[in-house]
Design a protein around this ligand. Structure first.
Ligand code: AHN
Ligand code: ZN
Length: 337
C-alpha cells in the first residue's frame, strides 16, 4: 500500500509530533540533567557491621604487638593480605627497607587493596597497621620499653576498613576504591628518651609510598585516614592539617555524620594539628586527605589517657564508636557519583 494525498500529510505530521515529544535532536538543559542523574542512580549504602569490625581488631591483637622485624608483624601482614584478597581486592604488597630514628633497618610492608582497579577515578582509604614498639606514656616506667597491643592505635582503623572492604565486592561504589594499610607509622622517637621531636621519624610507611606509589601518577578524588577510631566515647574534632588540605571534605564528612545521628562522636570544633599518614599522602601526591582521629583536650597528650600505654588493649574498643565511624565513611563513599 502507498500513502497518498491527505494520508501522507497526516503521517508526516504525526511523525514530526512524535519526534518533538520524544525529544529527538538536542536535549534541553533539564533533559540533560535527567540523563546524567538517570545514568547514576543513588546507591543504597550497606549496613556497617560493628561486630565484624570488632572481630577484625581482635584477630590483629591476638597476633601480639605488630612491630616491624618481628614474626607477629609478619603473621599479621599475611592475614591482612589474605583477608583483602578474600574480599575481592586486587592486592599489591609493597615491601621495603626503611631507617628508623635509631638507625635500625625496618622491613616494612604497605598492603594495598584495589577495588575496581580498571577505573581511573578513585577514592583512597587508609590506616596504619603497625603498633608502637614502646609504651612511652605508660604510668609504670618499668613497662615503657615493652610494645603495646595497639587495639585502638593501629587495630581500629584497619578493623573498620576491613569491614568496609567486605562490602565492596558485592556493592561496588561509582569510583574505584583503594584501601592502604601503611606500615611503620608508630616508630617515631619515644617521648621517654627525651630526644628532640622529629616529625619525619613517624609515618615511615606512608613516606615510602608517597615517594614510590604503587602506580605511576596515582591520584584519588580524596583520601580518608582512620586513626584511633575505636575508643569508648571518642570525639573526632576537625583536625587542622585536614582543614588545610581538604576543607570541603572535612565539612562534608562531619555533616554526613550529623545526618546519620553520630554528632556525639563527630565534634564540629577544631582539634589538634597532627603529624600522621595523611600529611605525607598530601605532601607527595597532593591528594586532599582528611584524618579522622580521636582528640581529647582533657588528657595530657590530647589523644586520650590510654595513648601509647598498655591500656590500649581490647578493653579500649567500643562497638558504638566503630559503628559511628564505619557507617559515616561508607555513607560518604557510596554517595560519590
Ligand atoms: C604524633 O604524635 C607526632 N603523631 C601522632 C600520630 C599517631 C601516633 N597516631 C597514632 N600514633
Ligand atoms: Zn601511636
Amino acid at each position: 500500500m502507498t500513502l497518498t494525498g491527505n494520508y501522507k500529510k497526516t503521517a508526516i505530521l504525526l511523525l514530526s509530533v512524535i519526534t518533538i515529544f520524544s525529544g529527538c535532536g538536542r536535549p534541553s538543559g533539564q533533559q540533560q540533567q535527567n540523563l546524567t542523574q538517570n545514568a547514576k542512580p543513588n546507591l543504597v549504602t550497606p549496613d556497617f557491621n560493628a561486630d565484624s569490625a570488632y572481630h577484625y581488631i581482635e584477630t590483629q591483637v591476638n597476633f601480639g604487638p605488630r612491630v616491624p622485624n618481628t614474626p607477629q608483624h609478619l603473621a599479621c601482614a599475611n592475614y591482612l593480605t589474605e583477608t583483602l584478597k578474600r574480599f575481592g581486592a586486587d592486592v599489591i604488597v609493597q615491601e621495603a627497607k626503611v631507617k628508623a630514628f635509631d638507625n635500625t633497618t625496618l622491613n616494612i610492608r604497605n598492603i594495598i587493596g584495589q577495588f575496581q582497579p580498571e577505573k581511573n577515578d578513585r577514592i583512597l582509604l587508609f590506616a596504619h597497621w603497625d603498633t608502637r614498639p614502646f609504651a612511652d606514656h605508660d604510668p609504670d616506667p618499668q613497662k615503657r620499653n615493652n610494645p603495646i597491643d595497639g587495639a585502638n592505635d593501629g587495630g581500629s582503623g584497619v578493623g573498620v576498613l576491613l569491614e568496609i572492604a567486605r562490602h565492596l565486592q558485592e556493592h561496588p561504589t561509582y569510583p574505584g576504591v583503594d584501601i592502604i594499610f601503611f606500615d611503620a607509622e608508630d616508630y617515631g622517637i619515644p617521648d621517654h628518651l627525651n630526644v628532640q621531636y622529629k616529625p619525619d621519624t613517624w609515618c615511615l610507611g606512608s613516606q615510602y609510598w608517597g615517594k614510590n606509589p604503587h602506580k605511576k601518577n596515582y591520584y584519588a578524588r580524596f583520601g580518608i585516614l582512620l586513626d584511633m577510631v575505636g575508643a569508648p566515647n571518642a570525639q573526632f574534632y576537625k583536625e587542622q592539617f585536614s582543614m588545610q588540605y581538604a576543607p570541603r571534605m572535612v565539612d562534608h564528612i562531619w555533616k554526613v555524620a550529623g545526618e546519620l545521628g553520630y554528632s556525639a562522636w563527630f565534634n564540629f570544633n577544631t582539634g589538634g594539628m597532627i603529624t600522621d599518614d595523611h600529611v605525607y599522602v598530601y605532601k607527595y601526591l597532593k591528594i586532599p586527605s582528611v584524618n579522622i582521629i580521636q582528640h581529647d583536650p582533657a588528657s595530657e597528650t590530647s589523644f586520650g589517657q590510654y595513648w601509647h600505654t598498655h591500656a590500649d588493649n581490647m578493653d579500649n574498643i567500643d562497638r558504638y564508636t566503630l559503628k559511628a565511624v564505619g557507617q559515616t565513611v561508607m555513607e560518604v563513599i557510596y554517595r560519590e557519583k
